[in-house]
Write a protein that binds this ligand. Structure first.
Ligand SMILES: NC(=O)c1ccc[n+]([C@@H]2O[C@H](COP(=O)([O-])OP(=O)(O)OC[C@H]3O[C@@H](n4cnc5c(N)ncnc54)[C@H](OP(=O)(O)O)[C@@H]3O)[C@@H](O)[C@H]2O)c1
Length: 379
């Protein structure tokens, strides 16, 4: 094993635990740093985003308004859960879970293999499921090396959103569609998707829910931005679908009627060509629900004929269906464009201590445009 600096034996890290009495506690703990095997590296973690998908693991849909600090040698925060959630989370009750899907940092030690040695001293983004820590030992396959001079904070969100945005365009093409709809256009992922579609000449209909976010996306070159809070939303969306020919949508909201509205507007456009049929057009209209920003039921009015599909979409199964060459192509693009196409915006930078402060928890738990937290574990 080679290392450019001393590797500590222990690390501070965040852990989340659901207790049988119906509370979730997120606390700072001290854990071990494993010695790297041949194909492993030790990363000093400089930054890790708190993505919407991390919040489920951190707080399990707890009532964060009721979050309170827990006294102890190392700080923690606790919040109450509903009985329904505790029952659904039975498999993790009483277990201290690592948290944090992805992060970025510097490789400070490496195992003996060529691939591990090649990463020594490099800034990497990584996907690990335990990123909210100061140091982690990771397999080289979990890491994506960045160009020299890359800031570790820029490398921190190199997997979850970039590969999902790219995966949406790949899915669109593989399933025979030529343009797409995205329902949280102003999100970090939405802004990445907008840049991808502009660069690749793919038609994109962005849906947002605030006039400010129409302006934000237009300032980034978006052609079609529809505000779901506007009276003219249905007409605007239909016009954008007509202009782009989009017949597939990726919806991070899930609950409510938006997916249904998208399908209805797609059917209206599809019905404009061809003759009348009681069963509607024969154009396949696809909505993939890929997030749960609204946990309520998905309401389908079924006023969009019979040729439609609604399904779930997740990054990991998508990647598992791709050839190694495709995955490598996507990873290379992310690394090459990490500060441009795949740049993220953060509303706050938090130390590990800040991350368990109840007021900060309430703020980063809101999931609003521009408010994402970047954890900086060395601070
Ligand atoms: N399936 C997968 O594999 C996968 C992978 C990556 C990401 N995702 C999902 O992608 C989504 C975006 O992630 P991100 O990191 O880009 O998020 P982000 O930057 O934190 O932005 C969150 C966005 O969601 C909007 N939002 C929040 N609650 C909403 C609601 N109830 N209805 C409508 N809009 C709402 C916010 O808009 P306002 O400011 O208007 O509230 C904001 O634009 C998340 O849902 C995430 O879970 C899924």
């Amino acid at each position: 094993m080679n290392h450019s600096t001393d590797v500590p034996a222990t690390t501070l890290e965040l852990r989340s635990t659901i207790s049988e009495d119906g509370n979730v506690t997120l606390g700072i703990r001290r854990g071990d740093v494993a010695a790297p095997g041949d194909d492993d590296v030790v990363v000093r973690i400089e930054a890790a985003p708190i993505n919407p998908s991390d919040l489920g693991m951190l707080f399990a849909m707890a009532d964060l308004d009721a979050a309170t600090a827990v006294d102890g040698e190392l700080p923690a925060v606790t919040a109450p859960l509903s009985d329904r959630v505790v029952a659904a989370m039975g498999a993790r009750v009483g277990k201290s879970m690592p948290v944090g899907n992805e992060g970025g940092g510097v490789v400070i030690a490496a195992g003996s293999s060529e691939a591990a040695q090649a990463l020594l001293g490099k800034v990497v983004g990584f996907l690990s499921g335990n990123a909210y820590a100061q140091f982690r030992t990771l397999n080289v396959a979990q890491c994506l090396a960045m160009a020299d001079g890359t800031d570790a904070a820029d490398a921190a969100a190199a997997f979850v959103n970039p590969l999902t945005a790219l995966g949406m365009v790949e899915t669109m093409k593989a399933e025979g569609h030529t343009a797409l709809v995205h329902t949280v256009g102003a999100s970090n992922l939405g802004q990445m998707l907008n840049r991808i579609c502009i660069a690749d000449g793919v038609g994109l209909v962005n849906i947002v829910r605030q006039p400010d976010h129409v302006a934000l996306l237009r300032s980034q070159g978006a052609e079609h931005v529809c505000d779901s809070s506007a009276d003219s939303f249905g007409a605007d969306l239909t016009e954008a679908l007509r202009a782009t020919g989009a017949t597939i949508a990726f919806d991070a909201i899930g609950g409510g009627t938006l997916a249904s509205t998208v399908l209805s507007c797609m059917e209206r456009v599809a019905g404009e060509s061809g003759g009348f049929s009681i069963y509607g057009s024969d154009t396949l209209k696809q909505v993939y629900i890929y997030g749960g920003l609204d946990r309520g039921p998905t309401e389908l009015r079924r006023d969009f004929g019979m040729t439609w599909a609604v399904g779930g979409w997740l990054l990991t199964p998508f990647l598992m269906k791709q050839t190694p060459e495709v995955v490598e192509r996507l990873r290379r693009r992310v690394a090459a464009e990490i500060t441009t196409t795949f740049a993220s915006t953060y509303g706050m930078r938090l130390s590990l201590h800040d991350a368990v402060d109840p007021d900060h928890v309430r703020r980063y738990g809101r999931v609003a445009t521009g408010e994402k937290a970047l954890l900086t574990p060395q601070a």
